[in-house]
Design a binder for this molecule. Structure first.
Ligand code: AMO
Length: 434
């Protein structure tokens, strides 16, 4: 729309046309106000009924809430107005009327349950505190991309329709691909590894991953956004350094560029970027710490995975972002390399927020024979992965990398209770549309 002024840019003395939504109508008798909201903020439009054209007053004040309106008029200073300015209108046009019955109240005065909000996401994101989450999510992705550039990475895009799974057979979504069995990809794992052996060497991808998680939980999605990194000639410790750099950059970007959004979420005082190095605990140290609290019903032993409860106990003990390193080889995937001096212990690591896991990664097995043997040990058919393993015969450098859950990063950063709050249109057991 030509000649449109954002409400935040309207200055006293300007003649403007603003366009947005009818946020609220306040009728005080002789004088009434229409509050117009747009992406930049809100502005008050003043109607002095006795001094103005009846039709103009009627159009401006009879409009239903959340209708799209266009208001032309003069901007005046008004210290009593919420933004210190108001528009005295010469023309009001209802561009797209809204039904008077709204499925949810974007002014937030009436609370709505999460399912109602997700069913009506367009209206839900009209709320400042919801819009703020998605502005912050966009800033996180921007800052992360920039951090990857600092690390000299190349952004790649890999297929989401694939012939094999990588992260365990139970969580696959099968589809038919011209009569052939195919799956939605669980992770760009194998493709990003194939690229470290190409001329690109250090790569990242931000894209969807698909997991057929059986259960609805506040921290699992069936379609999530994975932030993946992989580098040739890196070991697991260098991969952890890169992970820390990227996560800190995301926080710093939000701290620097999202003051208004943090305020809308009431986080302006408590939000801060993590400082100092993230502690690195070995898996054994993690077990010892958890066991020492005595908070779990049973003591954990070598080989146990960490339950949600165990992660929680440990997170409380550590109280900041941290890594768990040196996991037992038996509970890490086939592509993770074992330590050279002890094949019971892997180079796999997780990066944790005190409340949950954010990242998995490790150094990868780049030696062809060991890689193929690893498939067999995990009961996988190496033939099915020939497209992947064969490239390990043509000069595959040592390499390492990780995958970071984008929604979990935003969720933990903002203290959201449910991961669905960080996705516009979440996919879970019950939800396939919108
Ligand atoms: P993993 O399966 O641990 O590792 O996934 C990496 C990170 O992705 C996020 N994540 C999820 N978030 C929401 N809902 C889900 N269902 C979900 N599944 C995973 C988590 C998790 O820590 N290929 C390896 C990574 C690597 O080694 O590079 C992988 O996918 O934050």
């Amino acid at each position: 729309m030509q000649d449109r002024t954002y409400t935040a840019d309207a200055e006293p003395g300007d003649a403007v046309t603003v366009a947005g939504w009818a946020h609220e109508i306040r009728d005080l008798g002789g004088i009434a106000f229409l509050i117009v909201r747009d992406q930049s903020g809100k502005i008050q439009v003043k109607f002095e009924k006795d001094d103005m054209d009846d039709e103009l007053v009627e159009t401006g004040l009879d409009v239903s809430r959340e209708s799209v309106v266009k208001v032309t008029g003069d901007v005046e200073e008004e210290p009593r107005a919420p933004t210190d300015v108001e528009i005295v209108p010469t023309d009001v046009e209802v561009v797209a009327p809204a039904d008077p019955e709204l499925p949810l109240d974007p002014s937030g005065k009436v609370d709505a349950e999460l399912p109602t909000r997700l069913d009506n996401r367009t209206l839900d994101v009209r709320k400042d505190e919801v819009k703020a989450i998605f502005e912050i999510r966009a800033e996180v992705l921007r800052a992360v991309r920039e951090a990857f550039r600092d690390l000299n990475c190349t952004e790649i895009n890999t297929p989401k329709i694939v012939a094999t799974g990588t992260e365990g057979g139970t969580e696959l979504f099968p589809i038919t691909y011209f009569g052939q069995e195919a799956f939605m990809n669980q992770s760009p794992q194998l493709f990003k590894q194939l690229m470290v052996g190409s001329g690109l060497e250090r790569v990242f991808e931000i894209g969807p991953i698909f997991r057929a998680e059986e259960h609805n939980t506040p921290r699992h999605l069936n379609e999530a956004t994975s932030i993946d990194f992989e580098s040739a000639f890196y070991d697991h410790t260098e991969a952890m350094d890169a992970c820390e750099h990227v996560v800190k950059a995301a926080y710093e970007g939000v701290a620097e560029n999202c003051a208004e959004e943090l305020e809308a979420l009431g986080l302006e005082d408590e939000f801060s970027a993590p400082e100092g190095e993230f502690p690195r605990l070995s898996y054994q140290e993690a077990l010892d710490k958890i066991n020492a609290t005595g908070e779990l019903d049973e003591q954990l032993v070598w080989g146990d995975d960490l339950s949600t409860e165990a992660e929680h106990v440990l997170g409380q003990e550590v109280g900041e972002h941290y890594f768990i390193t040196d996991w037992p080889s038996e509970i890490k995937p086939f592509y993770i390399k074992d330590h050279d001096d002890d094949e019971e212990i892997s180079t796999g690591f997780d990066m944790m927020h005190p409340s949950m896991e954010l990242v998995s990664g490790g150094q990868r097995e780049h030696r062809y024979d060991q890689l193929v043997a690893g498939f067999e040990q995990q009961g996988l058919d190496p033939e099915a992965f020939d497209y992947y393993t064969k490239m390990f015969r043509y000069g595959m450098p040592p390499h390492a990398g990780w995958g970071l859950g984008g929604e979990r990063l935003v969720m933990t950063m903002l203290g959201l209770e449910n991961i669905r709050e960080a996705v516009l249109f979440p996919r879970d057991r019950q939800r396939l549309s919108p």
